[in-house]
Write a protein that binds this ligand. Structure first.
Ligand SMILES: [Zn+2]
Length: 198
């Protein structure tokens, strides 16, 4: 069946609501415009830095953490080829709450309209570590780009939830992916059928 793609404007009007965040991307993944919900969300979360990083004309590839770029670039390419929307669940937690969002990228005839909506928000049930417990004396902190757990400086396979580092990322923090998130993003199973790590 041939699907006739909508124009970006028609698609944007069709899927952007008062409750979600939405933006239009050009075919080379540059931000064309955003809805009010997106600006509200940015101001409520990381504020001016996010608005500066995600301004119109900016490539979203540049704004995404390096570890996750291939996943998103390939995902958008698949969406363009298939003509079908791409759904992807990802974590964007705060120090106090586990939050899971769903991104949907809708292909248009010359780019995409992307929406993000909150699916789950609840208090964390993970064990908490304080920076002072083990990390403070070890220099560079490595944080998972997805779940924001922190790699233990002495045990490479141990990743801890340190809310204090989510609240205020130490200077010089580098990003990687923890094993669970790496499997989720780059595992053999399609992200559409894999539950994201909690
Ligand atoms: Zn992770």
């Amino acid at each position: 069946m041939n699907v006739i793609p909508l124009t970006p404007g028609d698609m944007f009007r069709a899927v952007a609501t008062a409750d979600n965040t939405a933006y239009v991307l050009s075919s080379d993944l540059r931000i064309v415009c955003t809805n009010e919900g997106w600006e509200r969300f940015a101001r409520a979360n990381e504020g001016e830095r996010v608005l500066a990083d995600w301004r119109p004309g900016r490539s979203v590839v540049d704004a995404i953490c390096e570890e996750l770029r291939p996943f998103y670039v390939e995902g958008f390419a698949r969406t363009r080829e298939s003509g079908r929307p791409w759904e992807h669940d990802y974590e964007c937690s705060t120090p106090g709450r586990f939050r899971l969002f769903r991104m949907i990228a809708y292909p248009t005839y010359d780019g995409f309209v992307v929406t993000h909506a909150l699916r789950i928000a609840r208090p964390h049930d993970r064990a908490e570590c304080s920076p002072a417990d083990v990390y403070a004396a070890h220099g560079v902190v490595t944080m998972c780009a997805h779940c924001r757990r922190v790699r233990h400086p002495s045990f490479a396979n141990r990743w801890d939830w340190v809310p204090g580092y989510v609240q205020a990322m130490p200077e010089g923090t580098t990003h990687s992916l923890c094993p669970a998130c790496k499997r989720y993003y780059y595992g053999a199973v399609s992200s559409a059928t894999t539950a994201p790590p909690a």
